[in-house]
Design a protein around this ligand. Structure first.
Ligand code: ATP
Ligand code: MG
Length: 459
């Protein structure tokens, strides 16, 4: 990877989720092109986000020092900065991958009267930065095993047992679960526990590829297949996954036309490259993941029933965190331990009040949201016992009452629905009804939000 532009849409979606909690933040690439600009920042500066994304930072903020950071590779931490008549305290850091600078991030804290909070916030911002660096590292090739998946609750033990059984076969598996429940983790684990573990594990994000490029992305192309086609052609993901597994992530977003092509490959176990004449054998194990119940798009004729049956030979449903609150203490310990090892913090645990708050919160973003929350808290506290005051997620407020009633009444399904509805209403209120932004806040894809709205009769 040489530039931020090369990072995939999932990376940007993760980044958006992380940065949406910040007061103001901007990310540029090495040319100075603005890649990320938070809504809050745009509002504060009286600018529109659309007007800034893709523009050169020097055109928008002539006095910016972000380009200096790119040139020198040195961070500028907590510097007072005057811009458009407003005083800020700004930090600017280079973004590096494998020692190469690929961009820079800037973020500000404008509340001068909140200097103590400002200082703690600054340290949590730095955590986030190392968090997404870590995410990039993890997404690009790290491997997981079933044993590394935390959780001893009944639904989790069942999911792991199912995964173990499935791993022993080469049949297609469909993993379903809300966002952040560990679908990708399970997909890797299944591959890792299977006889194909020494073969490749290739991921395709079905939501992240423009429809026009999809066929060549899946199946590759031959030299001269179209204008601009690379000399010698290019193998597709199916070819790269030969003798291994292919992970079709966000399969629910696969365009209808592509569904027919995928079905054909699964039936015939061979395919041809775009512009090609010879058939290539597809010896791959298909693992797909969806964060909507695929039966809904199937019933609505948005997803082919025949393809659904092909993918759904084995089905694993991952429980939401709300359905397994007994796993929360384990996960919290695990994330604290990881922070201590990786970031040199000395956190000894979490106090009872904070733990109760965490257990009673509905976690719409599931394990991912909990993971971010604990990582931030550890960096905020650095040593000792985590308390409510370190949980930026809760702003120090007590939310136990709200969590309680969503967990104790009549059944998990209803509790989950209520929690999801509440989260959706809040997100929509927060974004003035903008569904894309609400989906970003919730950490789900826009189409998933539409499904939820329809499922819960909210439109
Ligand atoms: N049981 C678990 N134990 C440890 N870490 C977990 C567990 N489940 C999820 N995580 C962590 O939570 C984060 C989200 O997991 P993952 O990416 O697998 O979720 P997902 O279901 O694919 O979410 P999305 O639908 O948003 O893509 C990852 O950082 C992952 O390592
Ligand atoms: Mg995923």
């Amino acid at each position: 990877m040489t530039n931020l532009k090369d990072l995939n849409s999932e990376f940007w979606a993760n980044l958006e989720t992380i940065f949406s909690g910040f007061d103001g933040a901007i990310i540029i690439d090495t040319e100075g092109t603005i890649m990320l600009f938070t809504e809050f920042y745009a509002q504060q500066m009286g600018l529109s986000r659309e007007d800034t994304l893709g523009k050169n930072v020097l055109d928008i903020f002539p006095s910016t020092r972000l380009m200096e950071v790119i040139e020198s590779g040195k961070a500028i931490i907590a510097e007072p900065w005057e811009q458009l008549g407003k005083g800020h305290v700004v930090s600017r850091v280079p973004i590096t991958v494998n020692g190469r600078i690929i961009g820079a991030a800037g973020y500000n804290v404008i509340a001068y009267d909140k200097m103590p909070q400002f200082l703690t916030r600054l340290s949590s911002l730095n955590t986030e930065l190392s968090y997404y660096k870590e995410t990039v590292k993890r997404l690009s090739g790290a491997r997981y095993s079933l044993a590394s998946i935390i959780g001893n609750s009944q639904p989790m033990l069942e999911a792991k047992e199912k995964a173990r059984q499935v791993a022993g076969t080469s049949a297609p598996v469909l993993i379903y679960g809300e966002t952040g429940t560990g679908k990708e983790l399970f997909a890797h684990a299944i591959h890792q526990e299977s006889a194909r573990r020494d073969g490749p594990m290739v991921r395709i994000n079905c939501a992240g590829i423009p429809e026009s490029l999809m066929e060549s992305e899946f199946f590759g192309y031959e030299e001269g297949a179209f204008t601009g086609a690379r000399k010698g052609g290019k193998p597709g993901k199916f070819e790269l996954a030969n003798k291994g597994s292919i992970f079709l992530d966000e399969i629910n977003d696969l365009p209808y036309a592509m569904q027919a092509k995928l079905l054909r490959v699964l039936q015939e176990r061979e395919f041809d490259r775009v512009g090609g004449t010879r058939m290539v054998e597809a010896d791959v194990r298909v693992i797909s993941a969806s964060n909507v119940d695929l039966r809904i798009p199937v019933a609505e004729n948005l997803f082919r029933r025949d393809l659904f049956y092909r993918l759904n030979v084995f089905f694993i449903r991952l429980p939401s965190l709300r359905e397994r609150p007994e796993d929360i203490p384990l996960l919290v310990d695990y994330f604290i331990e990881r922070q201590n090892t990786e970031n040199g913090t000395h956190i000894e645990g979490i106090d009872r009040e904070a733990m109760n708050t965490i257990i009673n919160y509905p976690w719409p973003g599931n394990v991912r949201e909990l993971e971010i929350c604990i990582e931030r808290a550890c960096l905020d506290a650095q040593t000792g016992i985590l308390g409510l005051e370190n949980l930026v997620r809760f702003g120090g407020r007590r939310v136990a009452e709200q969590g309680d009633h969503s967990r104790t009444v009549s059944g998990l399904k209803e509790a989950r629905e209520r929690a999801e509805k509440d989260a959706i209403v809040l997100a929509l209120r927060h974004t003035n009804g903008n569904k894309q932004k609400a989906a970003d806040l919730l950490g789900i894809h826009r189409t998933s939000l539409y499904y939820k709205l329809r499922e819960y009769d909210m439109i």
